[in-house]
Design a protein around this ligand. Structure first.
Ligand SMILES: C[S@@+](CC[C@H](N)C(=O)[O-])C[C@H]1O[C@@H](n2cnc3c(N)ncnc32)[C@H](O)[C@@H]1O
Ligand code: SF4
Length: 385
């Protein structure tokens, strides 16, 4: 019997990809599908180790997410084995959200039906753009048509909670193309839409091109203009924004991500996966071979960890909550940290007049302040760890 039931989220990183996309720095390996059985065995071992080492009797499973990389490169039978082991970790919550990422053109209708039958109930499709020249620029290996046919297959397989990811502010992209992309995505009525501004991550081909001067990123004002237009358009189309990059029909906000952003415990499995449990954050080794051999030898693929101090937790709460449209609950903050932010950060908040607001007990960033979210957050953070 649970005295004090606490939600728990699980993340499984599936690091296999068919190709490297120009912009992506999520950990992935190409052409390594032959390692999938050993990878799978390693994850099962990691799960077994966690079962032994953690007391999860007071936790219930709230969400599970298979992210990547490319989770659809796992055959349904493998994904089923993982899911079975994961579901044994703790009590299942009611109405769990179990999601996976799908790349356009990479999952057959038969596989999608099998994933659905296993209990996956949310799918997010990495469509990225409906402009062929931008897909080429990003080294995406699917066509625009594949994004739509995969979406149709996902619906045919019976999924009722579907998200589409789009990237904007891609070099060479016009405002009209961005408007067209959003109109087409809204036209097919997914439940959820993620819009990411293209970021230049170190170690990617995009980073090298930009550094060498071969590619010029769009001006910040253009990027912000595309964002603001998109947010308004999605709002009017029935997809209110609930986090900087995320928009959903009411009731379809991604629970897994909301759990990350609101400090719920989570356990990550697979190379490069992060965990946050009982005030301790840890991350697995970012190398498939090293991860697999470490798990074989010791049962864990953990690379490093840190204890989250009160001051770090306070900063993280400010950072993550201000990215949410709902904002930061001043009452919750004061209960946890014994601090009235409106008093302790009075001067900072005055400095940002018009860019932040307080409404219904929540401190929020206004539309005008959105592009300055990081600056505003750092003004409210404390620099001592
Ligand atoms: C890690 S990817 C995995 C999804 C899946 N493998 C795919 O390619 O569709 C998750 C999402 O992050 C976004 N993303 C990854 N790198 C990004 C970047 N540098 N800038 C903006 N969005 C990015 C993409 O929209 C992508 O769909
Ligand atoms: S965007 Fe997706 S398919 Fe492309 S490299 Fe990243 S994880 Fe792999």
């Amino acid at each position: 019997m649970m005295q004090n039931p606490k939600p728990l989220s699980l993340y499984i990183h599936v690091p296999f990809c068919k190709a490297n996309c120009t912009y992506c720095d999520f950990y992935s390996v190409v052409g390594r599908e032959k390692s999938i059985p050993v990878y799978l065995y390693s994850i099962l071992k990691e799960i077994e180790q966690k079962t032994r080492e953690l007391d999860l009797s007071q936790h219930y499973l709230d969400t599970i997410f298979f992210g990547g990389g490319t989770p659809n490169l796992l055959e349904p039978k493998y994904l089923g084995q993982l899911l079975e082991a994961l579901l044994n970790l703790a009590h299942s919550g009611e109405d769990m959200e179990i999601g996976m990422e799908i790349n356009p053109g990479e999952a057959s209708l038969e596989h999608l039906k099998a994933y659905k039958a296993l209990g996956i109930n949310r799918v997010s499709i990495g469509m990225q753009s409906f402009q062929p020249h931008l897909l080429t620029f990003m080294s995406r290996i699917h066509s625009v048509e594949k994004s739509f046919s995969t979406y149709d297959d996902v619906r045919r397989a019976g999924f009722k909670n579907v998200s589409g990811d789009l990237i904007f502010a891609v070099p060479g992209q016009t405002r009209e193309e961005w408007v067209g992309d959003l109109e087409r995505l809204v036209g097919i009525q997914p439940e959820h839409i993620s819009t990411y501004s293209l970021t230049v991550e170190e170690g990617t081909a995009l980073h090298r091109w930009v550094e060498a001067g071969h590619v010029k990123m769009l001006e910040e004002t253009v990027d912000n203009g595309m964002y603001d237009w998109g947010r308004d358009f999605l709002e009017k189309s029935g997809y209110p924004n609930y986090e900087i990059s995320n928009h959903a029909k009411p009731g379809y906000e991604c629970r897994h991500n909301l759990n990350y952003w609101t400090g719920v415990d989570y356990l990550g499995f697979g190379p490069a996966a992060h965990s946050f449990f009982g005030g301790r954050r840890s991350w697995n080794i970012r190398n498939l071979d090293a991860y697999m051999s470490d798990v074989m030898n010791s049962g864990t693929g953990e690379g490093d960890s840190e204890i989250i101090s009160k001051s770090m937790a306070r900063n993280e709460m400010i950072l993550t909550r201000l990215r949410l449209t709902q904002g930061l609950s001043l009452e919750e903050f004061s209960k946890i940290y014994g601090e009235n932010l409106l008093q302790t950060k009075k001067e900072m908040l005055e400095k940002w007049t018009g860019k932040v607001m307080v409404s219904d007990g929540f401190l929020k960033i206004t539309q005008e302040g959105r592009a300055l979210t990081d600056e505003i957050s750092s003004d409210l953070m404390s620099l001592t760890l």
